[in-house]
Design a protein around this ligand. Structure first.
Ligand SMILES: Nc1ncnc2c1ncn2[C@@H]1O[C@H](COP(=O)(O)OP(=O)(O)OP(=O)(O)O)[C@@H](O)[C@H]1O
Length: 320
């Protein structure tokens, strides 16, 4: 579905989703279906988490969107433009670029930029400085790459994807292999880039990461789309529960039942129940009023993991 759009350099198309796929399918030689009839809609301005366990087809989808591998069937549209016009507006980080350890950040980006036939030579210096500034590496621009931390290395890779003005940034597992500090740096950078108005499509196998960083998500499993939507809408069908930590579990369960809470489950040292429309502070007051020793009271909202388990009946194979 390579829709005809405004020619490159004309007013930026503002309407329409950033990415649409319809029935997008990739079957590799040997019969392996990596991506199976994928219908995806990525709204403009979203931070869209493309979530799935390893091997669920995320990288293959991204490679199709970037024109690196041909779909077996189905259609896709990026920025509503023909591919040749869309790609210069898309920054991508897929299996990070190889950088030279003995060259500085600036020199590495200069080499990277020189290899891009669509990049304007005359503006390289300015664009490189801007990209380094964008990812917070200006002060380390002259430092050798081998002396960069893991987080700095990944930020340099993102800078390489930002060497031109981008409407869409596609990042394939950008926090994979990073230490906790580097992970924090990259997550913060993704949010900053999105706050500037760039749509970010980011794949991850970490549920918690997508919940923290993204406004929307699509959940993949074995090449198929399980669900997509805003983070809030994905879990909207699941009920929040209240958990009361108490040594008086039986008494607490009785009080919760009297209040009308559903699915009351007394445990060892705690009781949980569906929150429904009840106010947690009233539940607490009622418990205390009945002489129950409340050690803690928490509302447990359903997570993306609960959504995944609810939809597939399976646990997610990694945790965040
Ligand atoms: N070139 C290829 N030839 C054959 N099979 C492939 C090829 N590339 C990927 N696959 C298979 O397609 C499936 C999906 O792989 P893909 O890399 O897209 O998943 P992923 O969700 O990105 O996982 P990961 O995070 O591990 O890369 C896997 O079973 C993989 O083995």
């Amino acid at each position: 579905m390579q829709e005809a759009g405004a020619p490159f350099g004309a007013a930026l198309p503002s309407g329409g989703p950033a990415i649409v796929t319809e029935g997008l399918t990739k079957r590799f030689r040997g019969g392996q279906v990596a991506v199976d009839a994928l219908d995806l809609t990525v709204p403009r301005g979203s931070v869209f988490g493309f979530l799935g366990p390893n091997g669920s087809g995320k990288t293959t989808t991204i490679r199709m969107l970037l024109g690196l591998v041909a779909p077996t069937s189905g259609e896709y549209s990026v920025l509503g433009l023909p591919q040749a016009q869309a790609l210069p507006r898309v920054g991508a980080l897929v299996e990070g670029p190889a950088f030279y350890p003995y060259l500085s950040g600036t020199a590495n980006l200069a080499r990277f930029d020189a290899a891009d036939p669509t990049a304007a030579r005359g503006t390289a210096g300015r664009r490189i400085a801007e990209a380094l500034e964008r990812v917070g590496l200006s002060a380390a621009a002259g430092k050798r790459y081998r002396n960069y931390s893991l987080g700095m290395r990944q930020r340099l890779a993102i800078a390489a994807a930002l060497l031109g003005p981008r409407e869409l940034l596609i990042l394939d597992e950008p926090t994979n292999g990073l230490d906790p500090q580097g992970t924090r740096e990259v997550r913060a950078l993704v949010k900053e880039i999105a706050a500037d108005g760039t749509t970010v499509f980011v794949s991850s196998h970490l549920l918690a990461e997508v919940e923290q960083m993204c406004t929307h998500a699509a959940i993949m499993r074995a090449g198929r789309l399980v669900a997509q939507g805003t983070i809030a809408s994905l879990s909207a069908g699941l009920v929040a529960r209240v958990r009361v930590e108490t040594p008086d579990a039986a008494d607490a369960a009785r009080v919760l039942g009297t209040l009308g809470l559903a699915d009351v489950r007394p445990g060892d040292g705690d009781v949980t129940a569906e929150l429904g429309g009840h106010a947690p502070e009233r539940i607490n007051a009622a418990l205390v009023g009945e002489g129950v020793a409340v050690r803690g009271l928490a509302v447990v909202r359903p997570s993306l993991e609960d959504v995944f388990v609810g939809l597939t009946g399976e646990g997610f194979d990694v945790d965040g």
